[in-house]
Design a binder for this molecule. Structure first.
Ligand SMILES: Nc1nc2c(c(=O)[nH]1)N[C@@H](CN(C=O)c1ccc(C(=O)N[C@@H](CCC(=O)O)C(=O)O)cc1)CN2
Ligand SMILES: NCC(=O)N[C@@H]1O[C@H](COP(=O)([O-])[O-])[C@@H](O)[C@H]1O
Length: 205
C-alpha cells in the first residue's frame, strides 16, 4: 500500500477532508504524515486529532523553488517512508513553489488542488482573478505538479457558477466545497492505479 504525505500551510480543510474520506471510503492508501511550512498552521492540530503524525519544516524566508528548503522536505518524507517508489504527496494549500529537483525526485507522485479551472487563473488569489475578470463560471482543478506553476497534467475538475452578487469570499467558499469532493476522488484514483499520464494529459481508467 502507498504511503501518503499531505503538505499544508494553513487551515488544512482539504487535508482533513482527504484523511476522513480515506477512512470512510476505505481508500487503499496509508496517510503517514502531514507537513506544514508554517508552525501556526491550524491544520496541524486537526491532523494530530485524526491520528496522523505531523512535522514542521519552516520556510524561514527561503523563497519558493529552492532546493535548500526542498531537500529538508525530502529527508523528512523519506524518514516516514514516503519515497518515489511507494509514496504519494498531496499539496493542499501548500503555498510554496516546489523546486525542479524536488519535482524530478518525486516525478508523477505529487498532486495539487488549485481553486480555478486551469489553465485559467494560475498562481495566487485565483478566486479574486476570476471575480475581477468577470467569468460566469470558475471552479477547481486537481493536477500533477510539474516544474511549471499550475501547468501539470490535469486529473479532475469541477465547475461553479459565478453570480453577479458574488464576492471573492463567496466564490472561494463554493469552490472549496467542490475541492472537498474532487481531491479525495483523485487520491482514490491514484491509489487504485487508475491514472495514466500520456504526454501532458491524463487517461482515467
Ligand atoms: N513546481 C510547482 N510547485 C507548486 C505548484 C505547481 O504547479 N508547480 N502548485 C502550487 C500551488 N499553488 C497553486 O495552486 C501556488 C502556490 C504558491 C505560489 C507562489 O507564488 N508562492 C510564492 C510564495 C507565496 C507565499 O509565501 O505566500 C513562492 O513560492 O515564492 C503559486 C502557486 C504548489 N507548488
Ligand atoms: N494556489 C494554491 C491555492 O490557492 N490553494 C488553495 O488554498 C486553499 C487551502 O485551503 P485549505 O488549507 O483549507 O485546504 C484551497 O482553496 C486551495 O485550493
Amino acid at each position: 500500500m502507498l504511503n501518503l504525505a499531505i503538505l499544508i500551510s494553513g487551515r488544512g480543510s482539504n487535508m482533513e477532508n482527504i484523511l476522513k474520506a480515506i477512512k470512510k471510503n476505505k481508500i487503499p492508501i496509508k496517510p503517514v504524515l502531514v507537513i506544514a511550512n508554517k508552525p501556526d498552521a491550524k491544520g496541524l492540530d486537526i491532523a494530530k486529532k485524526l491520528g496522523v503524525k505531523t512535522e514542521i519544516v519552516e520556510s524561514n524566508g527561503l523563497k519558493g523553488g529552492n532546493w535548500e528548503y526542498d531537500s529538508k522536505l525530502v529527508s523528512v518524507l523519506e524518514k516516514y517512508k514516503v519515497t518515489p517508489q511507494n509514496g504519494l504527496i498531496c499539496l493542499a494549500g501548500f503555498m510554496r513553489i516546489m523546486s525542479p529537483e524536488f519535482i524530478r525526485h518525486y516525478k508523477g507522485k505529487i498532486l495539487n488542488i488549485h481553486p480555478a479551472i486551469l489553465p485559467s487563473f494560475p498562481g495566487l488569489h485565483s478566486q479574486r482573478q476570476a471575480l475581477e475578470y468577470g467569468v460566469k463560471y470558475s471552479g477547481c482543478t486537481v493536477h500533477f505538479v510539474d516544474e511549471g506553476v499550475d501547468t501539470g497534467p490535469i486529473i479532475l475538475q469541477a465547475v461553479v457558477k459565478i453570480k453577479d452578487d458574488d464576492t471573492e469570499e463567496s466564490i472561494a467558499k463554493k469552490i472549496l466545497k467542490q475541492e472537498h469532493k474532487i481531491y479525495p476522488k483523485a487520491v482514490k484514483l491514484f491509489a487504485k492505479g487508475k491514472i495514466k499520464i500520456v504526454g501532458r494529459k491524463t487517461i482515467i481508467s
